[in-house]
Write a protein that binds this ligand. Structure first.
Ligand SMILES: [Zn+2]
Length: 315
């Protein structure tokens, strides 16, 4: 028996066939975000290709799991809204079930990434785990007693919108000072942009001024490695804010582990010391002494593996 795990992102769609605890097939394509129809067609195409590949291996697929960046009505299998693609009130589960006559299950991408870390990744075996995806935005997943915590309407665990500083910068969600507005790739880009408006100079600020549109948050890592004082300062401050957020999560959940994944982990070495010092200073000792703060061991596979684990649970 095998299952499909699909990870729908704003730029790429990835999929796997998961069989006997192993990834036996992979699929990857660019997500066409022209319209909700093109996004849905891309999901169906990914499933079709992986089902064909399974059949040629003699594997019977029993269910499909899908992780999507966005707000999901878990009970109805509907994507209510998504920040990076045009799905709105999209009945994704029913579309897949009708197309393939297989049970399908749809969840938030960070929820399934958390599940993957707790079952197979850095937090393997943890009953209580908090996961943060640090990328362009910040996603969150909460595992309670080994299962995904979703809240009353499936919109819970939006840990990126935990408010760290109510007077801080405006977030995508409209509030001020969310973790995402202080620590994400977008937040780091904005800090560089603000500094570029000053009279200060450094290799990073001069690179930004030369072509702001071509500048990527990942470049901050390169400049920090070269010792750019502004790059280092931005990442240390981001590390402190991350520590404030993690300390609150530790105090609320008393987790076994906090796991971190995402494209911003390249910068983590410059954020980690401030993050850990802040957690040490703010988290309640009994929880702080127990928790492990770990980086993901699953890399890009976290989303697809989590979706496959979710699919296995209902196969
Ligand atoms: Zn927010």
């Amino acid at each position: 028996m095998a299952v499909l795990g699909i990870d729908l992102g704003g730029t790429k769609t990835a999929g796997i066939v998961f069989h006997d605890g192993e990834i036996v097939e992979r699929y990857r394509a660019t997500t066409d975000i022209t319209s909700s129809e093109t996004v849905m067609a891309g999901i169906v195409e990914a499933c079709s290709r992986l089902l064909e590949a399974s059949e040629s291996r003699g594997l019977e697929v029993t269910s499909i799991g899908l992780g999507i960046a966005g707000f999901i009505d878990f009970e109805r299998g509907v994507v209510t809204d998504a920040p990076n693609h045009p799905l709105h009130e999209a009945p994704v589960r029913d579309v897949l079930q009708d197309a393939f006559h297989l049970p399908a299950i749809v969840d938030n991408d960070a929820n399934v990434a958390a599940l993957a870390e707790a079952r197979l990744g850095a937090g393997k075996g943890c009953r209580y785990l908090i996961h943060l995806t640090l990328g362009t935005g910040i996603g969150g997943g909460i595992i309670v007693d080994g299962e995904v915590y979703r809240g009353a309407q499936g919109a819970g665990a939006e840990l990126g919108h935990m408010i760290i500083d109510e007077n801080g910068p405006i977030c995508n969600c409209g509030a001020r000072g969310c973790l995402e507005a202080l620590v994400s790739g977008v937040a780091i880009y904005k800090r560089v942009e603000e500094l570029s408006w000053t009279k200060k100079h450094s290799p990073m600020l001069d690179e930004f001024r030369a072509d702001p549109l071509a500048f990527r948050a990942e470049a901050v890592e390169r400049h920090a490695t070269d010792g750019d004082e502004f790059a280092l300062s931005i990442l240390r401050t981001a590390g402190k804010h991350l520590g404030v957020g993690i300390a609150s999560l530790i105090n609320i959940f008393n987790p076994d582990a906090v796991t971190l994944s995402g494209g911003l982990l390249g910068c983590f070495q410059f954020m980690e010391e401030e993050m850990r010092m802040t957690v040490d200073g703010m988290a309640i000792p009994i929880s702080r002494r127990h928790v492990r703060i770990l980086t993901s061991t699953l890399g890009d596979d976290g989303g697809t593996l989590g979706a496959a684990i979710l699919a296995s649970s209902q196969g």
